[in-house]
Design a binder for this molecule. Sequence first.
Ligand code: 5GP
Length: 118
Amino acid sequence: MLYDDNNIFAKILRGELPCEKVLENDYALAFNDIAPQAPIHILVIPKRPYESASQFLQNAADQELVAFQRLVGEVVSLKEIHDSGYRLISNTNRNGHQEVPHYHVHVLGGRDLGRMVF
Ligand code: 5GP
């Protein structure tokens, strides 16, 4: 499948739509989810165009993979959610109910998140 340049996160990356930025580095951007499902709900996205987790994990350069994971770690550290606990989610395609076709990791925390799958 071809990457859709008009998806919402692509527009955020181009500065065509606003976002509440939390952190960024050369390869990734972290911002608040517009419809938070928990007191802390942050999305981390790569700056380059990858549609899904699979595409990112298979095609991103090592430097990019590392920078992305580091930013997730920095978000956790900034929000101080390690001790209380948190959850990382990457919804993918139909069964995963992925709505925005630009790879993203949800960082959720700040409350008891319940069981993993519901
Ligand atoms: P998905 O279901 O693809 O894993 O999740 C997409 C997420 O993007 C949802 O949690 C949704 O609330 C969030 N989202 C959708 N549109 C926007 C937007 O314009 N800005 C921000 N910050 N988040 C958005």
